[in-house]
Design a protein around this ligand. Structure first.
Ligand code: DIG
Ligand code: MN
Ligand code: MN
Length: 391
């Protein structure tokens, strides 16, 4: 039995747009035929995936009649049932159609904003009909090139208004659905509003129903900003706001590559899986492990399924490596949290007495500065676990 074979308990998912990516890019046409959603469901199940995600128009083309829509949905539901896949997450395509060329929720034209909200309500209905419990908003066109076109504060207000409106819609429909906001710094817009997970966490705090809304951080997007993805995810987890996650890989300083998970910065991928799986004894992330990525443009369909299997396999190998690392006695000794019976109570909560006591102590900055912390040994040991030398 392959210990790294995916199981439904791993909760691995892929978007229809990921394994269905035909390989088109700004400089070249598609290299693979466009696969039917039902075929992708079958192949994902064969690879051992748990779920499949979709934008509304990945399944139902814009302009489809109600009867055409219902037929496509029925066929998809049959495929899901036949192959044992679920739909953990759904989302709206608010970025492909030219109507959204100046944004969707933040566009200057109120007719565009109205159409975007209407399209989102329709897509929310579709997602709920397919069983989704998480709804992602990625503002692919919410941004600018000509920054004089609108006051950025107006864009913030319009995004808040749209999200509040759609939260009220979900409540009014009594849907069991939460929202997850996905940040990206640029591409396809020159600058995008809410460019990092941190910006999204603040926006959530200003909404009418913040309890319904979390984040969907993506590896490539935080990396594009030159930020630590592990820190962004950790802060979201600490705030109980990691509702979903987009896993992939990215070389620093490039366009959004959406590469196979773990295929670039293996050390950060290891630290991310360690964080999500809680192998050091911290709470595990409970949501789907979604791969928002695609195969190289060089690949045929066989290469696409190699990409899908490799994504899940790398995740499980890193999980095993992280479990071995955190079970290691020396590692546990090197990262053990130091307690101080005198200082901890003084620092736990301010009081005039605690402040007086703290200021009355003799502090020895020179001694503090000269102490070695053993991080070279710790990081080398981590690298060696990652390379499979130990455990
Ligand atoms: C791109 O990173 C975005 C879109 O693919 C989609 O809206 C979202 C869901 O994962 N990610
Ligand atoms: Mn991306
Ligand atoms: Mn994404």
């Amino acid at each position: 039995m392959d210990p790294f074979a995916p199981t439904p308990e791993d909760r691995f998912s892929f978007g229809l747009w990921t394994v269905g990516n035909p390989g088109r890019d700004p400089f070249g046409e598609a290299v693979r035929p466009v696969a039917k959603p039902t075929h992708l469901v079958q192949k994902l199940a064969e690879c051992g995936a748990f779920g499949v995600n979709l934008h509304d128009n990945d399944l139902v083309p814009m302009g489809a009649s109600a009867s055409e829509r219902d037929l496509l949905v029925r066929e998809f539901q049959v495929a899901l049932k036949d192959h044992g896949l679920v739909v953990p997450m759904a989302t709206t395509n608010l970025f492909s159609h030219p109507a959204f060329k100046d944004g969707a929720f933040t566009a200057n034209d109120p007719r565009v904003r109205a159409f975007a909200v209407k399209k989102s309500m329709d897509a929310i209905d579709l997602g709920v009909e397919l069983g989704a419990k998480i709804y992602v908003f990625w503002g692919g066109r919410e941004g600018t090139e000509a920054d004089a076109c609108r006051d950025p504060r107006t864009a913030v207000a319009r995004m808040r208004e749209a999200l509040n409106y759609l939260c009220e819609y979900v409540r009014d429909q009594r849907y069991e659905l939460c929202f997850a906001l996905e940040a990206k710094p640029n591409e396809p817009r020159g600058d995008m509003y809410f460019p990092t997970t941190g910006h999204m966490l603040h926006l959530i705090s200003t909404l009418d129903h913040p309890e319904m809304v979390g984040v969907n951080p993506e590896v490539a997007h935080e990396n594009m900003s030159g930020l630590s993805f592990v820190h962004a995810v950790a802060q979201a987890m600490e705030a109980d706001k990691l509702f979903h996650i987009d896993l992939n890989a990215q070389k620093i300083g490039r366009y959004d590559q959406d590469l196979r998970f773990g295929s670039e910065d293996l050390k950060q991928a290891f630290l991310l899986v360690r964080l999500l799986e809680g192998t050091s004894g911290t709470p595990r992330y409970q949501g789907p492990r979604h791969f928002d990525s695609h195969a190289y443009r060089t690949e045929d369909e066989a290469g696409v399924w190699e990409f899908a299997r490799g994504s899940m396999r790398t995740y499980k190998i890193l999980k095993a490596r992280a479990q071995a690392f955190d079970a290691d006695k020396e590692v546990r000794g090197l990262i053990a949290e130091r307690k101080d019976a005198l200082l901890d109570p003084l620092m736990a909560r301010y009081s005039a007495a605690n402040a007086r006591a703290l200021r009355g102590l003799t502090h020895d900055p020179a001694a503090l500065g000269s102490a070695g912390l053993g991080y070279e040994r710790l990081d080398q040991r981590m690298i060696e676990f990652l390379m499979g030398v130990h455990g």
